[in-house]
Design a protein around this ligand. Structure first.
Ligand SMILES: Nc1ncnc2c1ncn2[C@@H]1O[C@H](COP(=O)(O)OP(=O)(O)OP(=O)(O)O)[C@@H](O)[C@H]1O
Length: 637
């Protein structure tokens, strides 16, 4: 029996919600994530005699993994009846299963590397006929536009009219580049992240059976952080929720929309109200922050005018403390500011140090903090996304698996050869391997094995690996055996070649990340269900950042800190042009951008559980700077 006694009255009402659309609208630290976990567990507990599954979508793998753990802890066996996954994984499943209707094969790859996206876009630009127009276009300039069109659900054949309506110049050429780019992705059997969403939506729109099947399997749909959905994702939601029952349970905070540049918008909450006629439950009680921080947060956010009507102010639930909760410090230079922050952290005993985090609007400011922490003998951990493995050992493992999955991918073969050359010192010519593959049914991996084994100089240990586990990968897709043998070989490799320089430096940490990610994927799907396609696609959707080293101080951009909480928060570089950003300052006090910057500041300060330290300086990078307007709005200066 599920214990609901720790929930407050509003939380309980949300958890006990049965049928029909509901919006749980609440501020930070009010238990939204908690409510969602309880609601999933309760729904499953109350329908033990039923077989349907509940679908819960999140925006990050971390949030999905945490939610799985919480729901599993609340009700054992509940995960068998829940699909708790990210929006991107869910879309990838749809495309993998039904993409053949749009010309995509199930082994499609993800364009995770920005370099690959730029090359494809350059190809699309090269197809523009008029030379003088073509010379004005660059992938650097056009990629943001392509993203925006895709995220806003603009179909390739609607691009011209959309661009014309937006008053954009060179509309004909831009629309043709957009159409070519979307077509090239399908031809190459490769999708970028916005393209993945767009293709999933396209299948839901054009194949009624696909959406009916999803609606039948998942009669209840829940979504975390609804405010982050872009237009394309919102349309996906509209299709997967059964229109007869409208069982959509959305958890959101309009004051935490900080992905406007990614297509999120306050309009989405208004659309939800209009399209689903949702009931709303608010959770005003804040359990995370000290009352002094709650007071600052309420003051700050009251300056935004584009908020949900009737949104309740945060109500502090934690007791007042006699200790100093809020500190605000001014410095002459940014270097002085970061040195002080680092020294302050270094002077603290445990457990303070293990429970603090430094936040900033930009990664560059955090790099300054990390250097200052190192000068104090501490280390800092930069929480930021990493799309690809970077060490030769992991690049080789990844490239061989990708080649096993897509046997005629020139790009995977090229990457495998490059990494193998770094590891073994043997250069294989990509063109020669491709020519040899023509007598092997075009199987580049089979030809690669033959090319390696034909070399006399190859070490005996490597020969055994290539002739055994790599060959078994080609013949039987035995990738688990390949992985364990490849890692055992890589572990021995530095001993066999002690003179090798830096190529193994990052191997231990990248191997640990690989193991962590594959375990996470197996936990999500069950090891027996993870095919090679699925493993590779899920890896593409996840960040390859190293796990933090023990004792490293977490340094997060505000975007990366969303959903997290820390006992002691240091928010640095609170100056105009940083927070708010330069472009928001340029757009003016009543712009959408300025409101988003205010929400960034709101998200940052509401990560605090015990103390909040805010710092700013008179000069940064040699330029005179003014204190952030948000300090004035919070009435702390
Ligand atoms: N009823 C409650 N009683 C005690 N503590 C609670 C209660 N509800 C939530 N909390 C605590 O408040 C904190 C914030 O909860 P949670 O992370 O679910 O909030 P959230 O609304 O999702 O926050 P954010 O929007 O900032 O991600 C957690 O430490 C949680 O354990």
């Amino acid at each position: 029996m599920l214990d609901l006694s720790t929930l407050n009255e509003n939380q309980l009402a949300a958890v006990e919600w049965n049928d029909g659309p509901l919006l749980v609208l609440a501020g930070p630290g009010s238990g939204k994530t908690r409510v969602l976990a309880y609601r999933l567990a309760r729904l499953i507990d109350a329908t033990q005699d039923k077989h349907f599954k509940v679908l819960a979508l999140t925006f990050t793998n971390k949030a999905a993994a945490e939610m799985r753990e919480r729901v599993g802890d609340l009700l054992s066996g509940s995960l068998q009846r829940t699909l708790l996954t990210t929006f991107h994984s869910f879309a990838a499943d749809i495309v993998r299963q039904h993409g053949q209707h749009s010309g995509l094969r199930p082994d499609f790859t993800m364009l995770v590397d920005d370099g690959d996206r730029h090359s494809l876009l350059e190809e699309a630009i090269a197809a523009v006929e008029d030379h003088s127009t073509r010379s004005q276009l660059s992938s650097e300039r056009l990629l943001p536009l392509v993203n925006r069109l895709t995220e806003n659900n603009v179909k390739p054949d609607e691009a011209l009219s959309t661009l014309e309506a937006g008053g954009v110049q060179e509309t004909g050429a831009l629309a043709s580049v957009y159409r070519s780019y979307r077509r090239l992705m399908i031809e190459r059997n490769a999708l970028d992240f916005p393209g993945l969403m767009a293709e999933a939506l396209n299948l839901l729109e054009t194949r009624p059976n696909v959406k009916r099947q999803i609606q039948r399997i998942y009669p209840y749909v829940c979504i975390d952080e609804f405010q982050d959905t872009n237009q394309t994702q919102y349309h996906i939601l509209c299709h997967i929720v059964n229109p007869a029952t409208r069982n959509l349970f959305a958890v959101a905070d309009d004051d935490q929309i900080i992905y406007q540049w990614n297509g999120a918008s306050p309009d989405r909450l208004r659309a939800l109200e209009k399209d689903f006629r949702v009931s709303t439950i608010q959770l005003p009680d804040n359990y995370r922050c000290p009352p002094a921080v709650v007071a600052l947060a309420n003051k700050l956010i009251s300056h935004n005018f584009e908020r949900s009507e009737g949104k309740l102010a945060l109500k502090a639930h934690r007791p007042h403390s006699e200790d100093e909760v809020i500190r605000v410090q001014r410095f002459d230079t940014f270097a002085g500011e970061t040195s002080w922050v680092a020294a302050d952290i270094a002077s603290r005993p445990e457990p303070y140090r293990s429970n603090c985090a430094v936040l900033a609007r930009t990664r560059k400011a955090l790099e300054g903090v990390i250097a200052a922490l190192e000068a104090q003998g501490l280390s800092g951990y930069l929480g930021a996304r990493k799309n690809e493995f970077e060490s030769a050992p992991l690049q080789w493992v990844h490239a061989i698996l990708r080649l096993a999955n897509a046997r005629s991918s020139r790009e995977c073969l090229r990457k495998a050869n490059k990494a193998f050359s770094a590891l073994e010192g043997i250069d294989l010519d990509t063109g020669d391997v491709i020519s040899a593959a023509s007598t092997m049914n075009g199987d580049y991996l089979r030809a690669w094995i033959a090319a390696v084994l034909a070399r006399d100089a190859i070490a005996a240990d490597t020969r055994l690996l290539v002739d055994g586990p790599v060959r078994a990968l080609v013949d039987r897709l035995d990738f688990w055996n390949f992985l364990s043998s490849a890692f055992a070989w890589l572990d021995r490799l530095p001993e066999a070649a002690p003179t090798q320089d830096t190529i193994f430096d990052d191997y231990p940490s990248e191997k640990a990340t690989w193991i962590e990610l594959t375990q996470e994927i197996c936990a999500q799907y069950g090891r027996d269900e993870v095919t090679l396609h699925l493993l590779l696609q899920e890896l593409d959707l996840r960040s390859k950042s190293a796990l933090p080293a023990a004792g490293a101080i977490p340094c997060f951009t505000i975007h990366a800190s969303k959903g997290l909480e820390f006992a002691h928060v240091y928010l640095v570089a609170l100056i105009e042009d940083q927070l708010p950003s330069w472009s928001a300052v340029k757009k003016g006090f009543d712009s959408k951008e300025m409101q988003e910057e205010r929400r960034n500041c709101f998200v940052a300060i509401t990560r605090t559980q015990e103390t909040l330290t805010m710092t700013y300086s008179n000069r940064m990078d040699g330029w005179a700077k003014s204190p952030s307007r948000f300090l004035t709005e919070m009435e702390v200066i």
